[in-house]
Design a protein around this ligand. Structure first.
Ligand SMILES: CC(=O)NCC[C@H](N)C(=O)O
Length: 141
């Protein structure tokens, strides 16, 4: 069993800031924990407009605080974001999160984020695999 606290990871390499300064991701479970997913608490700044795309990962996002709007850039559909709303990027959708207020969300990535990934030159997280307990590398996205 692993028990870990936000205080333990704050200010460490698990506490990752967006180079543009729009969000912070506290990554309490990472690929190196070898459980097949990573688990993050992401805080997005009020007033920010964030274009995201995870070509190599599925992400589930569960909003716990804050208000905003989600735009699916593949379809043009928009969705209100409020506490209790979950969105699952099960098709690697390009999407935009507009934060009307500060937003705090819980995020799961599969395959797991392994470290300090932020969006690369293609705007996505590179696929970095780590062996799980059986030594098997996380599957291709
Ligand atoms: C909501 C969202 O995708 N924010 C970007 C950061 C990402 N969730 C992460 O935790 O790395």
């Amino acid at each position: 069993m692993i028990v870990r606290t936000t205080a333990e990871i704050t200010g460490t390499d698990r506490d990752v800031a967006d180079p543009k300064g729009n969000w912070v991701s506290k990554r309490i479970v990472l690929g190196g924990d070898r459980v097949g997913f990573s688990f993050h608490e992401t805080t997005i700044n009020a007033g920010s407009v964030n274009e995201f795309h995870y070509a190599n990962h599925v992400e589930a996002v569960w909003l716990v605080e804050g208000e905003g709007t989600l735009l699916d850039r593949e379809t043009g559909e928009t969705y209100p974001l409020a506490p209790g709303t979950m969105y699952l990027l099960n098709g690697h959708e390009r999407h935009t999160v507009t934060a009307d207020t500060q937003m705090r969300m819980l995020c799961v990535f599969n395959p797991p984020v392994v470290g300090t990934e932020v969006h690369d030159e293609n705007g996505v997280y590179p696929l970095v695999t780590v062996p799980d307990q059986t030594g098997r590398h996380t599957p291709e996205a």
